[in-house]
Write a protein that binds this ligand. Structure first.
Ligand code: 6GU
Length: 407
């Protein structure tokens, strides 16, 4: 908050002050009536002195378009700075060549005492204006961009900045919004899809899990949906990509690690059967479920679990899935590697990748493996897994549950 406690002061400078009339209606309008935000709009042209109120001129060095002259900007910003609160002042200059404007940047601005937004038009503002204010002790300058597209001027960006900042101000609408952003489990992922009544609309049903009343299953489903959406739409937000371990004779450029889709189900099932054969031999049990049952389970698992597949040169060579147990433990299942490709580290690699997709609040990981499979027990031990609840009798004496605390 400001030293005076009078809220955030925002000064918007533009040749189109009417652009900001909407601030009386929006979220920012609510912050204003609550006294959290004090927005003032200034017409750049009132800081010109010629008959035509000129704000632009042709660029030195030639080229297309016009550049905004430094003098009106200098007078306007000086005048704005001369009247207003003490404290931390940030000059925001919207430009498509700025640094991306992010939620972190909005949160940072919400902690300032005043923001001045200089809305340029044409090809931009003479760079010396930015350089001059950046050289002043009492002003921080941020050239920001909304995204990789070009707008005609900074006004729409200024509105976006004001709205993003206003809803983060301490006290705004009881602060429910900012609380949810800080405490919700899937920070850094895109939101899961949301639904409301009616349960069926134009032939589209709300996913049944959301009607189940089972809060642990609902949370697990939402996390799986958030991970899958993020992988599909914003892979850049997921943990940094890691190279798939090299396979003899395979072009590493053909490796593909991504969330499973329904079209993968048949091959996941085939992989499961191939792995089951080995497992059955190691554990002396051959109770393979009927194909239909397994298929239904794989398909259902694609939405209720976070299931990922590894393809190399188009072939499905590995798969793993995970979901949150009621206490938040990230339970890893069906870690499978094609039998002819064992020993290249693919299993360990997939285990590490799926662990990275656990919700941040997960206290640790768990999995179940055959008690008679010495090789698997050794592999999981090397990956940090130890017998879980060894005191408790196992449901199935042929299986052991292993767990690992989160680091
Ligand atoms: Cl901040 N300004 C302009 N003029 N165009 C943009 C932008 C900003 N962000 C994306 N495109």
């Amino acid at each position: 908050m400001t030293p005076s406690g009078s809220g955030l002061r925002v000064d918007l400078v533009s040749i189109f002050p009417a652009y900001f009339d909407v601030l009386d209606l929006s979220l920012a309008g609510k912050a204003r009536t609550q006294g959290l935000l004090d927005v003032r709009v200034h017409d750049l042209r009132s800081f010109t002195h010629d008959r035509h109120r000129t704000v632009d001129d042709s660029p030195y060095g030639g080229g297309a378009g016009m550049v905004m002259k430094p003098e009106p900007w200098g007078e306007a910003i000086d005048s704005v700075l001369a009247d207003g609160p003490e404290g931390r002042t940030v000059l925001v200059v919207p430009t498509p060549s700025g640094v991306p404007f992010t939620q972190d940047a909005a949160a940072d601005l919400a902690g300032a005492d005043r923001i001045v937004v200089a809305c340029g038009r044409y090809e931009g503002i003479d760079q010396r204006v930015i350089d001059h204010y950046a050289s002043l002790e009492q002003v921080e300058v941020r050239e920001v961009s909304l995204g990789d597209y070009v707008l005609n001027g900074g006004e729409v960006a200024a509105l976006a900045v004001v709205e993003a900042v206003a809803r983060l101000l301490p006290g705004f609408m009881g602060n429910a919004a900012s609380l949810s952003e800080e405490s919700h489990g899937d920070a850094g992922l895109l939101e899961y899809p949301v639904y409301t009544k009616p349960a069926s609309w134009r032939g589209h049903d709300v996913p049944a899990v959301l009607l189940s009343g089972d809060h642990a299953r609902i949370a697990a489903w939402r996390h799986a949906q958030a991970v899958r959406r993020t992988a599909q739409r914003r892979p850049d937000l997921l943990p940094p990509s890691h190279d798939v371990p090299a396979l003899d004779g395979a072009d590493p450029g053909t490796a593909e690690w991504r969330p499973a889709v329904r079209a993968d189900a048949g091959e996941v099932l085939t992989l499961q059967r191939a792995c089951w054969m080995d497992e059955a031999q190691a554990n002396d049990a051959l109770d393979i479920p009927p194909l239909q049952e397994s298929y239904d389970e794989v398909v259902a698992g694609l939405t209720t679990y976070t299931t990922w597949v590894l393809r190399v040169a188009g072939r499905l060579v590995g798969s793993v899935r995970a979901h949150s147990e009621p206490d938040g433990t990230w339970f890893v299942g069906r870690l499978m590697v094609a039998p002819d490709l064992r020993g290249h580290g693919l299993g360990r690699w997939m285990l590490e990748r799926i662990e990275e997709l656990a919700p941040p609040e997960a206290p640790g990981f768990a999995l179940i493996t055959g008690a008679g499979s010495e090789a698997n027990l050794r592999r999981y031990r090397r990956a940090g897994y130890r017998p879980d609840r060894p005191d408790r009798p196992a449901d199935d004496p042929r299986a052991v549950r292993l767990a690992k605390r989160r680091r």
